[in-house]
Design a binder for this molecule. Structure first.
Ligand code: 5AD
Ligand code: SF4
Length: 480
């Protein structure tokens, strides 16, 4: 699934405006790639390796879209590619370590095949400590760029291909939003759509606002136009993406809230399901809860990270809500949207968090149908990194295990309650583990594998749950 673009005139100089400028460079690279293919007698291949969150996964779809448009094919594995790009994450230290680990393995490959171009981009590159390390210890890397200028890949690659020099471009300040560059989708029937970039919340542990910059919302008409073109291409489920979707609209000329945007998307013909993530509890308005209740296509699911249960910890995390506020929101959501699935992010071991009693209390009361659990990771440059009472890792591990145990116990209970009942499922594709089964999700986002004909892929099917596991369900298509 791949969107191409109209003819570009490469005869009248380099366009100043975007996206025309990058489309111009794509055309120039096409010629270079063509020549290489004629010389070598084989297709030039690329490999995009994505680390981190859904936002990065979606950015990688844009990188791949541009590379395919240039004429690259997809390599099955890294070590077959002529162009390798890592789209990096730095939210926790282990994400960074993974990047360095993989990069270490690329060094001998680059030695053997010096024509291979290696590029690094994304969140990690926005930190000067990282770019310094890359320059000194990983000098075989050809192109380095950050999160603000992802759309400039064609120009940067062209510069590397023609100059032979290392190219490094890290931007700061306000990022430009560039519409209408090529993109691919990894799924036929579902797609992610950015509605905003960046984050203004500055939770005290989090590096994201520093590496993804201030909040910038896309114009509603651009979002709607993108969704309409996705629908025309067969997509029936969209996920609206942003670091904090509830504060969508800030800074736009036209006054619009996220709840209003949801209602506009709900009115688009052909869309069957609408999801969104991530929501911040401090901005979860009644207006949004009512929009979720009223809009039939909006899935009964919300991802609402609470991070920690203790009020003192929440205050020092700069989260702007209390345990009681959070539980109040959960109650309001359940009152207005019966059967809603609530999922969350939980962090264990923030400075000063020696016990997780309040966190466990929230888990028991809110009864999450899923949770991402993380051990706090110290990020240099954030206020939490210089807080005094960093917790001993052994104590953190014990607390983490009890949080995980409780989350899993409740997920399993919720899944067990579903056995015997019938749910609507969007059949997303063939199950990775067993070709005879299809995989999809319930409205509340629970994963299910079920017996059903392949012709059902892309439609919403009634499925009876036959078995439950901690993280997923098994089922059978219900005869109508
Ligand atoms: N350490 C551990 N987890 C973190 N997250 C963000 N910053 C850190 C950190 N320094 C988690 C939060 C957030 C999710 C995307 O990543 O739980 O919601
Ligand atoms: Fe990080 Fe907080 Fe922004 Fe989420 S809301 S990206 S945790 S600063």
């Amino acid at each position: 699934m791949y969107t191409t673009h109209s003819e570009v005139d490469t005869g009248s100089g380099v366009p100043v405006k975007e996206p025309q400028r990058q489309l111009y460079y794509i055309e120039l690279i096409k010629d270079i790639i063509n020549k290489k293919e004629n010389e070598t007698g084989r297709k030039q291949l690329m490999y995009v390796n994505t680390f981190g969150c859904q936002m990065n996964a979606h950015d990688s779809e844009k990188l791949e879209g541009m590379l395919l448009e240039m004429g690259y094919g997809r390599a099955e594995k890294e070590t077959e590619a002529d162009f390798i790009i890592y789209n990096t994450c730095c939210v926790r230290e282990n994400a960074e370590n993974k990047v360095y680990g993989n990069l270490g393995m690329l060094k001998p490959y680059k030695k053997k095949k010096p024509d291979t171009i290696i590029a690094l981009c994304g969140c990690m590159m926005q930190q000067s400590s990282v770019t310094d390390t890359i320059r000194s210890k990983y000098s075989f890397v050809d192109i380095v760029f950050g999160t603000y200028n992802l759309y400039r890949l064609p120009e940067l690659l062209y510069s590397r291909l023609t100059s032979g020099e290392q190219v490094c471009e890290i931007m700061t300040g306000r990022g430009e939003i560039v519409e209408n560059l090529p993109s691919v989708r990894h799924f036929r029937y579902k797609a992610s759509v950015n509605i905003m970039y960046g984050c203004d919340n500055f939770c005290s542990y989090c590096i994201v606002p520093y590496v993804r910059g201030r909040e910038r919302s896309r114009r509603p008409e651009d979002i709607i136009a993108e969704i309409k073109s996705l629908v025309a291409d067969g997509v029936c489920e969209v996920t609206l993406l942003g670091q904090n979707v509830n504060s969508y609209g800030k800074g736009l000329e036209e006054k619009i809230s996220f709840a209003e945007l949801l209602r506009l998307v709900n009115d688009i013909d052909g869309i069957k399901r609408i999801r969104f993530m991530t929501s911040h509890p401090k901005d979860l308005s009644d207006e949004l809860i009512y929009a979720m209740r009223d809009c039939k296509k909006v899935c009964r699911h919300i991802h609402l990270p609470f991070q920690a249960g203790n009020n003192d910890i929440l205050r020092r995390m700069n989260r702007h809500y209390t345990k009681e506020d959070y539980l109040g929101l959960v109650e309001k959501l359940r009152e207005n949207i019966p059967d809603i699935g609530i999922t969350t992010d939980i962090m264990v071991g923030f400075p000063g968090e020696y016990n997780v009693d309040d966190t466990l209390d929230i888990i028991r009361k809110a009864r999450f149908s899923g949770a991402f659990t993380f051990i706090y990771s110290k990020r240099n440059g954030t206020p939490a990194a210089v807080m005094e009472d960093q917790v001993d890792p052994a104590a953190v591990k014990k607390n983490f295990d009890s949080v995980l145990g409780e989350v899993n116990r409740i997920c399993a209970e919720l899944n067990l309650e579903k056995v015997g009942k019938v749910f609507e499922v969007l059949a997303e594709g063939v199950c990775g583990q067993d070709e005879r089964l299809l995989s999809g999700r319930l409205e509340d986002n629970t994963l299910i594998h079920f017996e059903g004909d392949h012709s059902l892929i892309g439609s919403i099917v009634n499925v009876r749950v036959t078995e439950s596991r901690i993280f997923y369900l098994m089922g059978k298509q219900e005869d109508l």
